[in-house]
Design a protein around this ligand. Structure first.
Ligand SMILES: N[C@@H](CCC(=O)N[C@@H](CS)C(=O)NCC(=O)O)C(=O)O
Length: 282
């Protein structure tokens, strides 16, 4: 049993004290969800092995009353298995598969595109002792972090439209976990917590519909995601010719609406038929 209701977490920090890693962010939420206090062991990338007594070169890691658990997902599984009487973090196996699908999509589609646009910020905000290591390990051959990030004002406006799948999903539910947040929310939120930690320029527009879920997520557990070192996520300025950042129309079509008989689908059927008439040459 966690001594004094506390769990020790090895953090990966920026100079601001905020967390530089999405995996660590998700783990902070996981521990808080289970109702534990977090004892942070501070530090950055340099010296992980020394800090953890040679146990790992990756973080997060937790220690629960002397028991070490490495790896963010294993930590979530461990917490549920060890403390079944506390709120569950993970859904059933099938829900976990879908949560991983969503996270893989989010990383592959959005985070991967954001990374080159914040990589210099990421290095500059890191602990001084980490600068050289980050420069060495994050610079693509033949370029610099400065050159990689330069010109981001042209690229950042192209990324918000790619988040539509997440917006569509969150139109129908307050949380990915259903009526209350669970680990699926924390994994997805960790991408935005990471971006707020490392991006010195907003990456989403003020009016992005994701704002409601993100704000509620950052506010959880006494404002766990409101670390003073975080930067504003919202406020991306669009210029002439930039794409619409999100879909502004009502949710439509068979995916968005349930069928309760012809009265519920008539309008859609008429719309489809009139579209067809318009596209058919006279
Ligand atoms: N599968 C691990 C991944 C952890 C991981 O890759 N952490 C990164 C930070 S985001 C790390 O510790 N990197 C150390 C380094 O780059 O030296 C988990 O889920 O905990």
């Amino acid at each position: 049993m966690a001594k004094d209701n506390r769990i020790t977490l090895y953090d990966l920090q920026l100079r601001t004290g905020a967390t530089i890693s999405p995996f660590v962010w998700a783990t902070k939420y996981a521990i808080a969800h289970k109702g534990f206090e977090i004892d942070i062991v501070p530090g950055g990338f340099t010296g992980i092995m020394e800090r953890t007594g040679g146990r790992t070169e990756r973080l997060p890691a937790i220690v629960d009353d002397g028991k070490w658990v490495l790896d963010s997902r294993e930590i979530a599984e461990y917490l549920d298995a060890t403390y079944p009487d506390r709120p569950r973090l993970l859904g059933d196996k099938d829900a976990q598969v879908l949560s991983r699908f969503l996270e893989n999509w989010l990383w592959g589609t959005v985070l991967r595109e954001w990374m080159p646009n914040i990589v210099k910020d990421y290095r500059d905000l890191s602990l001084d002792v980490d600068h050289e290591y980050i420069t060495k390990t994050r610079t693509a051959p033949g370029t610099t972090l400065e050159a990689t990030q330069a010109g981001r004002e042209d690229r950042l406006p192209l990324i918000p439209p790619k988040l539509e799948l997440l917006r569509t999903t969150l139109r129908e539910t307050p949380w990915l976990g259903g009526d209350s947040p669970n680990y699926a929310d924390y994994r997805a939120l960790s991408v935005f917590l990471f971006m707020a930690s490392v991006a010195t320029t907003p990456v989403l527009t003020e009016d992005d519909p994701l704002r409601d879920w993100i704000d509620r997520g950052f506010d959880l557990y006494g404002g766990l995601g409101r670390h003073p070192g975080l930067h504003p996520l919202f406020g991306l300025k669009l210029r002439e010719g930039d794409p619409e950042p999100f879909s502004k129309g009502p949710a439509m079509g068979g995916l968005a609406k349930r069928n309760h008989g012809p009265d519920s689908t008539r309008e859609e059927t008429e719309r489809m038929q009139s579209r067809l008439r318009e596209s058919t040459p006279a």
